[in-house]
Design a protein around this ligand. Structure first.
Ligand code: PEP
Ligand code: MG
Length: 576
């Protein structure tokens, strides 16, 4: 079977499918032979626990509504002993080495198909009861198994196939054992795609039904460059994919020599290249890739699945200090939490929620939740005593917000000094990712020590294209004349007001778009660590004066196609 989606993280990965469904919050996988007995035992424990629970419910109902209503639960108790359910699930575990949840689900599907054929309406309705019992069994199975622990015991390499993968799921898994990621949802600037690129795992998104049609344990080959996903490929195809994988690795190795070289154009323009980082451990990888520092630490990733404890000043101080110390002498730019209100509430509970795009989010939420904001700012200022650190605010839409955020930093510094602690002066800047901020960059430059253009959101809000919705990803167009004009406006404001302007959105990691950005007057970029060697290679072969001429031509273009034509003359993209 061959599926095609959007290749969102380059590279080729081959492994066994581990299927994850967010809706049911369950991982489906094939267990090693040695662990079959353990799965059978889990099934048995879940059955015993379910029996106890149903008996308790039955006596409660009998007490409150009368014994005649309790008989419904007798049927459920009988189902727990029915060979067609538990017996069949155990048989599937033994024969196919599926995990207990998947085996139960399969048994339920088979029973449901039988009920569907029944003539008798009463019997057809019993299908719901079986579903209810299976739901309870699965709930009890989940209570007995820690997915992270299970994951550690599976035979690798694994390809994670999910309807949707959130950062906390990735945080739970040992991603070093992941050969690739495949998701039903998502697009290039989807956070999981960004994460996949930064941890260097090939990924394909926007596959719609992959998590339904790929069976756990199937052999899956993923090409994150072309967006191809092959399920149980034949020997010949597998050989071809392996050859492609070797070519890709050789190409990546050929870029290694650029890691240590400076990013200077042929005509001598020095470019600053920094890394975007989501996990504390990535600081080391950023340095190895040749990054001069960290241009964007997405601090909200500290909260992923970690709950309330991650919000304390002390926990954050420890994290930021670790980051700063790992990067010294390079500087670290830490962005304050970019989460939405429902997301923060759920993170509190150790769960995850969507980042509501236009609600109480980013700096708006921080300004509304002063206690949480102050704790983060105090932690940042304390960490700044250990090395160069800059504070950056996300999602600022106008001058008043920036002024209020700066005032909050001053208050946090005052509180620290009041405690007799150091509160160093740190540069305080902002993301330019809301169109109103880009259009008023000249005004904002009076209040900000630096800008970093977040092209991911700037493009989505300027063009009204949801960056996570693959159905409109065709319209997500970095080369739209509106985007070029906005970027130019911000770059000019920075030059006139003498403040540095970087680009930290994904646009910077595309070699062609990078040259355009240089032509538009930018000389500071932040990107996934893995994108840095290629960026250096491209920049070292570039003439900045040519890039400026091309950008001027691109600014006169009327459509993305015309912009693209102007760029093609400057540089043929280097891709495998
Ligand atoms: C951006 O919007 O470009 C950005 C870098 O931030 P994020 O991707 O976290 O929204
Ligand atoms: Mg953003």
């Amino acid at each position: 079977m061959r599926l095609t989606g959007l290749g969102v993280s380059h590279g080729v990965g081959i492994g066994r499918a581990l299927v994850l469904k967010r809706g049911s919050r369950a991982l489906r996988f094939r267990v090693p032979t040695a662990l079959v007995a353990r799965e059978l035992e889990r099934l048995e424990t879940a059955r015993a626990r379910s029996r106890e629970q149903i008996q308790q419910i039955k006596s409660r109902i009998a007490g409150s509504a009368g014994a005649q209503h309790a008989y419904l639960f007798d049927a459920q108790l009988l189902m727990l002993d029915d060979e067609m359910l538990i017996g069949r699930a155990a048989e599937i575990i033994r024969a196919e080495r599926l995990d207990a949840e998947s085996a139960l689900q399969r048994a339920l599907d088979q029973i449901s198909a039988l009920f569907d054929q029944a003539e008798d309406g009463y019997l057809r309705e019993r299908k719901g009861d079986v579903g209810d019992v299976v739901g309870r069994l699965c709930m009890n199975l989940r209570a007995s198994g820690d997915p992270a622990e299970l994951f550690a015991t599976l035979e690798g390499p694994l390809v994670l196939v999910a309807d949707e993968i959130t950062p906390s799921v990735i945080a739970q898994l040992d991603w070093q054992r992941l050969a690739a990621l495949v998701t039903d949802a998502g697009s290039w600037t989807y956070h999981t795609a960004i994460l996949a690129r930064s941890i260097h795992v090939p990924a394909v998104a926007g596959l719609h039904t992959a998590s339904t049609i790929i069976s756990p344990g199937a052999l899956v080959a993923v090409d994150g460059g072309t967006g191809e996903v092959l399920v149980d490929p034949d020997e010949d195809t597998l050989r071809q994919v392996r050859a492609r994988q070797r070519r890709r690795r050789a190409y990546e190795q050929s870029l290694d020599e650029y890691r240590a070289l400076p990013a200077v154009t042929r005509d001598g323009l020095s470019i600053r290249l920094e890394a975007n980082v989501e996990a504390l451990d990535d600081a080391g990888r950023a340095r190895v890739s040749g990054a001069e520092g960290i241009g964007l630490f997405r601090s909200e990733f500290l909260l992923a699945g970690a709950g309330q404890a991650a919000l304390t000043e002390e926990a954050q101080y420890t994290a930021y200090r670790r980051l700063v110390e790992a990067c010294t002498p390079g500087r670290v730019t830490i962005r304050t939490f970019d989460v939405s209100e429902p997301q923060l509430r759920l993170e509190h509970a150790g769960l995850e929620g969507p980042r509501a795009p236009l609600g109480l989010r980013g700096i708006r939420l921080s300004l509304a939740l002063d206690e949480i904001f102050q704790a983060q700012l105090r932690a940042l200022l304390r960490a700044a005593a250990h090395g160069p650190l800059r504070i950056m605010f996300p999602f600022v839409s106008g001058l008043e917000e920036m002024r209020a955020a700066r005032a909050a930093v001053a208050r946090a510094a005052g509180a620290l000094r009041g405690r007799g602690e150091l509160a160093p002066d740190v540069p305080v800047g902002m993301m330019i990712e809301v169109p109103s901020a880009a259009l008023t960059a000249d005004l904002l430059a009076e209040e900000a020590d630096f800008f970093s253009i977040g092209t991911n959101d700037l493009i989505q809000y300027s063009l009204a294209v949801d960056r996570t919705d693959d159905r409109v990803s065709r319209l997500y167009e970095p080369l739209h004349p509106a985007i070029l004009r906005l970027v130019r406006l911000v770059a000019r404001a920075g030059i006139r007001k003498h403040i540095p302007v970087a680009v930290c959105g994904e646009m910077a990691s595309d070699p062609v778009l990078l040259t355009l950005l240089v032509g538009l007057g930018l000389a500071e970029f932040s990107m996934a660590p893995t994108a840095i060697p290629l960026a250096k290679q491209v920049l070292r072969g570039l003439n900045a004066a040519d890039a400026r001429r091309t950008a001027a031509q691109a600014l006169r273009a009327r459509t993305p196609e015309e912009v693209s034509a102007a760029l093609t003359e400057l540089l043929a993209p280097q891709r495998i």
